[in-house]
Design a protein around this ligand. Structure first.
Ligand SMILES: [Zn+2]
Ligand SMILES: [Zn+2]
Length: 249
């Protein structure tokens, strides 16, 4: 092996993660990077505007407290948290977790959320964390449910903060109908499409419980509203939501 080769092998083994590229900008990751390169991690569009107290999406008028969709549709959440704005690198991150086979990225980003969420007093009252399920067909296509990975991370993040970590329950909420992709549909159409799409199993587990429902993206809130109603009708006391990304009102 000549010097150049030795040097290259050394660099490959010691500076770069094997096959690791930043899912946002595509740059090769250094060993000191985590799941994103430093630059992309610093530039994440973290939500710090005033947010809707019910769903966590950014609002522009702090005096209102509740966003337009929550107020208009009386969405059934007791409170909510969203980590990133659904734009630019926030969008790319969701895409990478969903379609590029990066379950560990989902857990990592969920952990950041859990650490951040510990500041909300309502988090202390959560009994169970439930991810919004995929239909079993879609889950076997993808290999995992991205919302479950995020939920796993949230639990991890909460426990890092010396917080009581609520249990993660993945066998309670079941997607019984494979609903068509919702892109390009209006809110009314989306809500109709989802009616009856979810079932609750082990109903006794959720009686009078406070649930944190986790999803990847909050757009109209239709999926989270339908799943929350299903849980509330089945006996849950309250439902809070946490999403990785939210569309501003
Ligand atoms: Zn990057
Ligand atoms: Zn809202």
């Amino acid at each position: 092996m000549n010097l150049k080769q030795t040097l290259l092998t050394f660099l490959e083994n010691n500076l770069f993660l094997k096959n690791g590229t930043c899912p946002i900008c595509g740059k090769v990751l250094f060993v000191t990077d985590r799941f994103l390169c430093h630059q992309c991690e610093d530039d994440l569009p973290i939500i710090n505007n005033p947010t809707c107290i019910r769903c966590g999406r950014p609002i522009f008028d702090a005096d209102r407290h509740v966003c337009i969709p929550c107020a208009k549709l009386n969405l059934p959440f007791s409170g909510g948290y969203a980590y990133l704005n659904y734009k630019d690198s926030g969008k790319k991150l969701v895409h990478a977790i969903k379609f590029n086979d990066r379950p560990h990225l989902g857990i990592w980003v969920g952990t950041q959320m859990g650490v951040d969420m510990a500041r909300f007093p309502w988090v202390n009252g959560v009994d169970l964390i439930i991810p919004v399920p995929l239909h079993s067909n879609r889950q076997s296509e993808r290999g995992y449910n991205q919302s479950e990975k995020i939920a796993q991370g949230i639990r991890e993040g909460l426990s890092q903060n010396n917080h009581r970590a609520p249990e993660l329950a993945t066998d309670i909420l079941i997607r019984s109908r494979d609903t068509p992709h919702q892109i390009g549909q209006g809110r009314e159409e989306r809500l109709c499409n989802l009616t009856g799409a979810f079932n609750v199993e082990h109903i006794e587990t959720i009686q009078n419980k406070t649930i944190l429902l986790v999803d990847d993206v909050l757009t109209t809130g239709a999926t989270l509203a339908e799943t929350s109603l299903t849980l509330l009708e089945a006996g849950a006391a309250q439902v809070f939501i946490a999403t990785l990304c939210a569309v501003a009102e």
